[in-house]
Design a protein around this ligand. Structure first.
Ligand code: TXA
Ligand code: MG
Length: 349
């Protein structure tokens, strides 16, 4: 099987291709499609066989639950037992958008989709292509990120094609995703709503809408005794082929330290890559330098992170040194992903 590629934009939808995507999904097949966060690998969420196919295509452990994507608020009640008042308020403000909420699941949601859990994760994406795919599939599409398990999430169709083209029936190319990091996950089965995965929407933004929100202590800690609650946050994530380390400290010290490390490695005969920003790009004379975006525009950093990590696998580098990106609003989400990719290897400058 070689996936059919359909190219479209949110402004100019290809109705025929969308109809076909809907049919494939209704018949138990798989379709990859863009959302505003990252590309998703979709299957009918209420069909246990389709969920099994998703796990097989990604090579994902079957105890790592999938997110069910819906396109209409009226569809929520069928798949959950109850929706707490605060979740309703948050949905009214943030859906459709880069927010996933976890509830107690109803009986019609198969355990294959929830990785055996009694809870279910639900998200309503804002991307129009995603919405149309979901509607035509019958309303409930299970979709993890459309990457091979362990690789960075795909932010463009090229990444999906590289990982999955012989494992799905159709890939919809809707261009580069807007945000580039996976959705914020908020768990409403806890007494106090708890962030299990940081994303574009941060703790402060959520608290402004619904009051106290906790952060799962397992996600930012390097203490292996504190396990993240979301199974997917426990797995060792994509580490690039090269050895990646994150350098922290004042900007001046970081630039100087990275240049010293690069020089030493090059003297040893190794290849060196550097992940920096537009502001510092010209200050690195050695190695393969990739700017991830501008510090003055943190959205650009989030948008390019996975793309840059993937791109270094095509380069002859043995070591990658990255600046740290603790930006004001999305810094927690960006650093959460970057530190996982680096296996928490931090160098203090
Ligand atoms: O932005 C996104 O959320 C993307 C796009 C495609 O929508 N999807 C995505 O799915 O990132 P995935 O499967 O790569 O990540 C889902 C995360 C995993 O860490 C999983 O363990 C967690 O959500 N999760 C799903 N259901 C859960 C549940 N019932 N309880 C706890 N964690 C859950
Ligand atoms: Mg994923």
């Amino acid at each position: 099987m070689k996936a059919e590629i359909a190219v479209m934009t949110e402004e100019k939808l290809d109705e025929n291709a969308l109809d076909k995507a809907g049919q494939i999904l209704q018949q138990g097949g798989l379709v990859a499609f863009p959302t505003e966060t990252v590309y998703g690998l979709g299957g009918d969420a209420l069909d246990p066989a389709a969920s099994k196919k998703i796990y097989a295509a990604k090579g994902r452990p079957s105890d790592n639950p999938l997110i069910i994507h819906i396109a209409d608020m009226g569809h929520l009640q069928k798949i959950v037992k109850r929706v707490p008042e605060k979740a309703k308020i948050l949905a009214a403000r943030c859906w459709p958008g880069p927010l996933t909420m976890i509830f107690e699941k109803s009986d019609c949601v198969p355990y294959e989709t929830t990785g055996g859990l009694e809870s279910v994760a639900v998200r309503m994406p804002v991307n129009r292509i995603a919405q149309e795919v979901i509607r035509r599939a019958g309303g409930y599409v299970a979709a993890p990120s459309a990457n091979t398990s362990g690789r960075p999430s795909p932010t463009m169709a090229r990444h999906v094609i590289d990982d999955l083209s012989d494992k799905v029936e159709m890939i919809i190319d809707g261009g580069m995703t807007d945000i580039g990091l996976e959705s914020t996950i908020v768990d409403f089965t806890e007494e106090i709503p708890t962030i299990l995965r940081p994303g574009y929407l941060n703790q402060q933004m959520l608290e402004e809408v619904i009051g106290e929100v906790r952060l799962d202590p397992g996600i930012l800690s390097t203490d292996s005794n504190l396990r993240p609650k979301a199974p997917g946050m426990r797995y060792k994530h994509y580490a690039p082929r090269a050895d990646l380390a994150v350098v922290e400290g004042s900007m001046e010290n970081v630039v100087e330290t990275i240049n010293t490390l690069a020089r030493n490695r090059l003297d040893e005969g190794a290849g060196v890559g550097i992940i920096c920003t537009d502001e510092t790009f010209s200050r690195y004379p050695l190695g393969k330098i990739k700017s991830i975006g501008a510090r003055s525009n943190e959205e650009s950093i989030a948008m390019h992170l996975y793309q840059v990590l993937r791109a270094f696998d095509e380069e002859e580098v043995d070591y990658i040194y990255s600046e740290s990106f603790d930006t004001p609003r999305m810094g927690q989400a960006i650093m959460n992903r970057l530190l996982k990719a680096a296996g928490h290897e931090i160098i203090e400058a």
